[in-house]
Design a protein around this ligand. Structure first.
Ligand code: ADP
Ligand code: MG
Length: 321
């Protein structure tokens, strides 16, 4: 007999152990109840992943579980919020036990590592889709938004860009890589690291921040628009992996690092006088952080190649274009 909806909920979701003191009532009633500590704001963000759109149909269940949570936590990181709890709306073609076991194992592995409690959700039948709503805490007077970048600020990114984009090219048979390199980039695509500690550290230092889900060009452009400024980047300063470096040496192509999505790194701006401070803090967190360009009065985003010539940049992923 296939599992019923309530067996699925009880077996795979309601029984997990982690409990946060701020959660007065978790899974099992019509709504969860939270009591945020006084003086704290609640940061709320929702992300949906759809099979065939946000991940290839063949993606292993564990990777889907991990990534759907990572994408939502990444939004909290970009606001400088500390993750507290999540809800999970899951639409499944069938109640497949081994699929659910792998999905939840990796989902809870990541949730536990950030001390995040699953407090509710919805379980329905249909084409595979996963919606995670993340709730985080942020001291009342703090926060990190897309608005606030000023001319003269430095533009930084955490980690490395482009490996997730290379992985998609590999999965679409548009690029061949040695087995080890292929495994590395696919891991970056399927198991992104939400930059929570970096985001919290940036709370009072960065002038603006965003997480890179749709590609650097698209996401930095959101900062520029919200802050009413422009920027110039140097392609040669983009932080990339050794695998990307080899790909660049053959293909001469920065466009994947500039425009492909799914890296889930943070892009942030900071005033020049805080450069030393930022680099010390990121060093202490062991998060690579790279200065890639400058915020300017002049609107628009310009990217210069190694000869200082302006490059054409694609825009990022847009579901309706
Ligand atoms: P209702 O019909 O009142 O909306 P449901 O029957 O959908 O309630 O859900 C019962 C309980 O199980 C609720 O507390 C709900 O939040 C929780 N729940 C349902 N699906 C999930 C899921 N995938 N993950 C976590 N909690 C879930
Ligand atoms: Mg309901």
């Amino acid at each position: 007999m296939p599992l019923s909806e309530f067996e699925v909920i009880n077996r795979f979701f309601a029984s997990h152990g982690l409990r946060r003191p701020e959660v007065t009532l978790g899974i099992g009633d019509d709504a969860a109840l939270l009591t945020p500590p006084s003086g704290q704001q609640l940061a709320v963000s929702t992300d949906t992943l759809i099979a065939g759109v946000h991940f290839p149909h063949e993606t292993p269940a564990g990777d889907i579980g991990y990534k759907s949570l990572a994408a939502s936590l990444s939004d909290l990181a970009a606001m400088g919020a500390e993750p507290l709890a999540v809800t999970l709306a899951l639409t499944l073609p069938e109640a497949n036990e081994s699929w659910l076991a792998e999905f939840t194992e990796q989902f809870f592995l990541l949730a536990d590592s950030f001390n995040v409690q699953l407090i509710g959700g919805d379980t329905t039948r249909g084409a595979l889709s996963i919606t995670v709503q993340a709730l985080g805490l942020l001291p009342g007077d703090q926060g990190l938004t897309r608005a606030g970048a000023q001319a003269g600020d430095l533009v930084y990114v955490t980690g490395e860009l482009g490996d997730a984009g290379l992985a998609l090219l590999v999965l679409q048979d548009e690029l061949r890589l040695p087995v080890k390199d292929k495994a590395q980039v696919i891991k970056r695509l399927n198991r992104p690291t939400p930059r929570i500690k970096a985001g919290i550290a940036l709370r009072n230092i960065a002038s603006a921040a965003i997480d890179i889900s749709d590609g650097l060009v698209a996401d930095l452009s959101h900062i520029l628009k919200a802050s009413d400024v422009g920027a110039t980047l140097q392609a040669g300063k983009l932080p990339v992996s050794d695998v990307y470096r080899c790909y660049f040496d053959v293909a001469g192509d920065w466009s994947v690092a500039l425009s492909a999505g799914d890296d889930f790194e943070l892009c942030f701006t900071v005033s020049e006088k805080r450069q030393g401070e930022i680099e010390r803090i990121m060093n202490g967190l062991e998060v690579r952080c790279s200065w890639i360009g400058m915020i300017e009065q002049r609107h628009g985003l310009r990217v210069l190649d190694d000869q200082g010539r302006e490059m054409h940049t694609g825009s990022g992923y847009d579901h309706f274009r």
